[in-house]
Ligand binder design. Structure first.
Ligand code: ZN
Length: 253
């Protein structure tokens, strides 16, 4: 099923009776990936929810990091499974070239990013909140994929999952000034009132990925703002600390 909203295609798929989303350009035989949503009835912040998702994916091999809103990425392989699903190691992005090893990250307004290199058969999943984007976690991912797998940015296919859009991401002066430290980012900041601004995070992601060599046509953006669509996703901004999380999970096949 394909929803053509906003000119971007949103693929809705079903697995074992549950509804998930997928990136159209990443529906490839050598990659499996899913974005969960509010219709997934288990709490992914709890081990039980992660176990349930693993069951639906038909795998015992799934890794989630403990996310800290930083920009550290970690290379993982099958041996890393001994760290467990309890997220007892710190990272905001995971990379692997290991087949059938599922990598997952959790979000609610922050952007879930999926980088796939079909040439080198490698992938990364990344949790990109405003702090991570400010620190350039998306560019660090390109650097690490080059270092570990020999990936060139122009070969990558990148999915930018559902996160908070420029319609809703309001920031105070301090955060605006962080972003202005990189002059080109000023084009993605819009005044709302005297001391409130809106920042277009997906705009910054796309521009900087393209500048670093990723092909614009190989970047797919989910056409939904999490804060505008709390019927489908979770939003920390809209719902506060009670907001649950949805996941992006992916594995090489
Ligand atoms: Zn919005």
């Amino acid at each position: 099923m394909v929803d053509q909203s906003g000119g971007q295609k949103l693929i809705i798929s079903e697995r074992k009776g549950f509804t998930f989303f997928q990136f159209e350009q990443l529906l490839l035989p050598r990659l499996d990936h899913l974005v969960t949503n509010r219709f997934f009835p288990f709490d992914l912040t709890q081990l039980e929810g992660k176990n349930k998702l693993a069951e639906i994916l038909n795998t015992d091999e799934i890794i989630f990091p403990r996310q800290v809103h930083g920009s550290n990425l970690r290379l993982v392989d099958r041996a890393s499974l001994s760290w467990g699903r309890g997220a007892n190691f710190f990272a905001d992005g995971l990379l692997t070239a290991e087949k059938r090893l599922y990598l997952g990250i959790l979000v609610a307004d922050c952007f879930p990013l999926l980088f796939f290199d079909p040439e080198k058969q490698a992938l990364s999943v990344v949790h990109a909140g405003w702090r991570g984007i400010w620190q350039g976690i998306h560019l660090k991912t390109l650097g690490k994929m080059q270092l570990f797998f020999g990936s060139t940015p122009s070969s990558l296919i990148v999915g930018i999952g559902p996160g908070i859009g420029k319609c809703c991401f309001e920031v105070r002066q301090e955060v605006k000034e962080y972003f202005e430290q990189v002059p080109a980012r000023a084009n993605y900041i819009f005044p709302v009132s005297q001391n409130q601004w809106k920042v277009d995070l997906p705009g910054i992601l796309v521009r900087e990925l393209v500048e670093a060599g990723v092909r614009r046509g190989q970047i797919e953006i989910f056409p939904a703002c999490t804060s505008c669509h709390t019927q489908t996703f979770y939003s920390f901004r809209k719902e506060g600390p009670k907001a649950k999380r949805f996941a992006l999970v992916a594995a090489l096949q």
